[in-house]
Ligand binder design. Structure first.
Ligand code: NDP
Length: 453
């Protein structure tokens, strides 16, 4: 071990890389991290954090409207100022970047500002310096991918959308995944005329069908213009904006087009091709349970490995990796089955466990308990927003195998329910739990009659 400059050399200071570096350093390992962009990776800089801040901003639109029914009247119609939101966001991200630098520093990790290249199984070069490490961790994440079509140079990707110079009065997003529905809701809420264009019949493929349909209806109610079974043929720059031609013959004129069409592993120029490292069919790094690639001294985790592209997954993988390689323990494999997730579209979606469709295949006989109601707040606000809550139960064992919600703060609520689902609790356990009144959440423990089997 002593022959190497470092015990662990991490490439990429995103959520997973930083967590692995810090946790390994705590065990006494000598650790370095190389990063050529920003500390905190996608999540902190161009993902979860700024997205949530913008989502908060977008919610105010409705909050102002809702307030009237409760007796609050604003002296004048509120107006939105993009530059204030964007620049306050920039300030907050800078603060977080500094916190990340401080965390690495206080853990004794050497931070190197530069893009590292892997030379062989134990060597990297960065800023013309060659360094050796017993283990190299590739935690470089993903990068937005934009499809090829005439005029695609006019689109922005999810890295650039946060810092637009001017607020788009007319906004179009291409895609039907997390980023597409979240940004459609954000710009719709901030006041843009908003279009979402998605190539299949319904967005959020893989989510529970009832959840997808409910979200579609709620988003349409808020004025979002949904164009399903359509794709972009071309984009042309015209006087005052962009003309977007769709496969269904429609032409839309907008100010900004966001391509939210997925992300690819950010491996370009890293030098791994020299080592002939095994990739998956999707071009991600193939790893085993110990996060070793086909070259065992080169480890990888997070988005670059093709698992669920979620910060908490990368964090869990980082801690697991350190247990394997630095604490030398044999932890139980990570449980990827019960990963809760939220989509911060408006209203929010959150899910844990199986969708109704997946449960029918996995369990055979199931019971579905679903309720769709107008939240108490909206009795006075006048809002037409509704809330969906749903439990999917394996009929034979009575175990709750899935929980889903579309409604305000769905992520906050499903996080708690996820503990119960992961623990394998039964519907009888849910029934025996006393509700908190008056909340929307109490519906999850008062659903008595199956909606369908
Ligand atoms: P996703 O993979 O979730 O969605 C990509 C979308 O683009 C899909 O709807 C896909 O369609 C569509 N698409 C792909 N190729 C084309 C094409 N050639 N033409 C038209 N449409 C196309 O990626 P995102 O970019 O939305 O997000 C990346 C990942 O980041 C997510 O998967 C998620 O894991 C993570 N993320 C998580 C968030 C959260 O936790 N709240 C928020 C944002 C991102 P199809 O369905 O047909 O494949």
């Amino acid at each position: 071990m002593a022959d190497f400059d470092f015990d662990l050399f991490v490439i990429g200071a995103g959520s997973g890389g930083v967590r692995a570096a810090r946790t390994a350093a705590v065990t006494g390992a000598r650790v370095a991290v190389a990063e050529d962009r920003y500390l905190g990776g996608t999540c902190v800089n161009v993902g979860c954090v700024p997205k949530k801040l913008y989502s908060y901003a977008a919610h105010f639109h409705e909050a102002f409207e809702d307030a009237g029914g409760f007796g609050w009247h604003l002296p004048e119609a509120p107006h939105f100022e993009w530059a204030t939101l964007r620049d306050n966001k920039i300030g907050e991200i800078k603060r977080l970047n500094e916190i990340y630098a401080g965390l690495l520093d206080s853990a004794g990790v050497r931070l190197i500002n530069g893009r590292a290249h892997v030379l062989d199984a134990h060597h990297v070069s960065v800023n013309d310096e060659t360094l050796s490490a017993e283990k190299i961790l590739v935690a470089v994440g993903g990068w937005p991918w934009v499809p090829d079509f005439p005029g695609n140079e006019h689109v922005v990707d999810s890295n650039r959308i946060f810092d637009l110079e001017r607020f788009p009065e007319r906004f179009l997003v291409l895609g039907g995944g997390y980023i597409a529905v979240e940004f459609a809701s954000i710009f719709n809420g901030l006041g843009s005329e908003t279009h979402l264009v998605y190539r299949r019949e319904l967005f959020l493929r893989g989510f529970d069908q009832q959840v997808r349909e409910f979200a579609r209806d709620e988003m349409a109610k808020k004025g979002l213009q949904l164009h399903f079974e359509a794709n972009i043929v071309s984009i042309e720059k015209v006087e005052g904006g962009l003309r977007v031609s769709l496969t269904n013959g429609e032409q839309l004129e907008v100010d900004t087009v966001l391509a939210a069409t997925g992300r690819r592993p950010n491996l370009a120029g890293l030098g791994l091709d020299r080592l002939d490292i095994a990739l998956t069919d999707t071009g991600h790094l193939r790893v085993n349970e110990r996060f070793e690639t086909s070259v065992p001294s080169i480890l990888a985790l997070g988005d670059v490995t093709g698992g669920p592209e979620l910060t908490p997954v990368a964090l869990a993988e980082a801690m697991q990796l350190v247990k394997h390689h630095f604490e030398k323990t044999q932890p139980a494999p990570l449980d990827y089955r019960h990963i809760p997730t939220a989509v911060f579209c408006h209203p929010n979606i959150a899910s844990v466990g199986l969708s109704e469709e997946q449960a029918r295949v996995a369990c055979g006989e199931i019971r579905v308990y679903a309720t769709d109601f107008r939240p108490m707040k909206h009795t006075l606000s006048g809002s037409r927003e509704r809330c969906l809550m749903k439990l999917v139960v394996d009929d034979a064992s009575d175990v709750v195998v899935g929980a889903h919600m579309v409604g305000e703060e769905a992520g906050e609520l499903i996080q708690g329910i996820a503990v119960a689902v992961r623990a394998g609790l039964t519907k009888a356990d849910f029934d025996a739990t006393v509700g908190i009144h008056p909340t929307s959440a109490e519906e999850f423990v008062t659903l008595r009659t199956p909606t369908r089997r």
